[in-house]
Design a protein around this ligand. Structure first.
Ligand code: GLY
Length: 365
């Protein structure tokens, strides 16, 4: 008999979530509703600790990712699979989730854990806000967009056929675990989507984040967001600045049936915001060009879709929640930094839209 060769011990596979790494903490200060956002590789592994601190007895895990990507919460749990995407962000999904929570016996002494992109954290967050008039929720955002923006700040909402985010509630999470290893498998279009939000941070107080590691970009964007939300939770003033580039961005999303994705719309909207601020004499030509440059440096498009109709975009922008009956309103850069500028004349908006570069067309000066 041949002597058997000694076999090497199988090496335990270390999953990305278990790989140690620096996890930083950003606090959102809201009195008794304060919470921490943990950012870095392996942050998801804090889930059982956070659930234990909450004292939750059971957990409903609403996940758009494979269930094994969510750590065991350490209490009895049920997994509710969902799908990311604007078309699933509906009241019907919220009703379905609440019925599943009821079937599992979820009460205010329990917790909802959401795992997925911003559409999932928005929808699960709203279901948590409504179920028994409020069940704690912990978000595990898995896309760059959800990590830098959607999962933090307590805005939850779903869409109606009439428009985006029309039904919602403020419901702050109990914690957010931004595990940057979730980003390792993101498709290119999701990176673009998230970088649209990071690019607009350049003009609202985050400083220049170009060239930093993604973990640092996420942390810096979140520090800015946490400070703004702590100062104005209900979006009555300062929080408007987070909507930099969003007025045109939302109009482009709606006009194209979401073919233009949120972050891409924000990137184009940021270039437009620079040009509009220049047209209104609020900033210099150099600062307006900086808008286009930053968007380019993040690898984002800054040109309008070839078939975008300025008249349609203006009609949609008039419906923006910031407009508040004062005609067209935009968050614009200026001598005092970014601020909400109401009553922007339509003819100026039209002229700036007409002067925007078009995708596939020659760059306009
Ligand atoms: N995404 C804008 C906000 O949270 O206010």
């Amino acid at each position: 008999m041949p002597q058997s060769q000694p076999q090497p011990e199988p090496r335990p596979q270390q999953s990305p979530a278990e790989r140690p790494g620096p996890v930083s903490r950003v606090d959102v200060q809201l009195g008794e509703r304060s919470y921490s956002v943990h950012v870095g590789p392996g942050a998801r592994n804090l889930l059982p600790e956070v659930v234990a601190v909450l004292g939750a007895r059971r957990a409903a895990i609403v996940t758009a990712r494979p269930p094994e990507t969510v750590p065991d919460p350490g209490v009895p749990s049920t997994v509710i699979p969902v799908r990311d995407g604007e078309r699933h962000k509906t009241l019907a999904t919220v009703e379905d989730l609440c019925r599943r929570f009821t079937a599992f016996g979820i009460t205010r002494h329990d917790v909802v854990v959401s795992c997925g992109g911003g559409t999932t954290t928005d929808t699960a967050g709203l279901a948590a806000a409504l179920h028994h008039r409020g069940v704690p929720v912990i978000h595990l955002p898995t896309t760059l967009l959800a990590q830098v923006d959607a999962s933090v700040g307590g805005k939850t909402a779903v869409n109606l056929p009439e428009g985006k985010n029309l039904v919602g509630a403020y419901w702050q999470p109990a914690a957010v675990l931004c595990d940057t290893t979730y980003l390792e498998t993101l498709p290119a279009e999701e990176w673009t989507n998230g970088y649209g939000e990071i690019a607009r941070c350049h003009f609202i107080g985050a400083g220049d984040l170009r060239g930093l590691a993604v973990h640092e970009q996420v942390t810096a964007s979140l520090r800015l967001k946490a400070s703004v939300v702590s100062a104005d939770e209900r979006d009555t003033g300062r929080r408007h600045i987070l909507n930099y580039g969003h007025t045109l961005g939302h109009a482009l999303e709606t006009a194209t049936g979401f073919a233009v994705r949120h972050g891409v719309g924000v990137a184009i909207g940021t270039v437009f915001a620079g040009r509009l601020a220049l047209a209104l004499g609020r900033i210099t030509a150099g600062r307006a060009e900086e808008h286009a440059q930053v968007v380019r440096d993040y690898g984002l498009p800054g040109a309008l879709p070839a078939d975008a109709d300025p008249a349609v975009l203006i009609t949609l922008m008039r419906r923006d929640k910031k407009a508040a009956g004062d005609g067209l309103a935009f968050v614009l850069d200026g001598p005092h930094g970014a601020e909400l500028v109401p009553g922007v004349p339509e003819d100026v908006v039209r002229r700036v839209l007409d002067g925007m570069p078009r995708q596939g067309g020659p760059a306009k000066p």
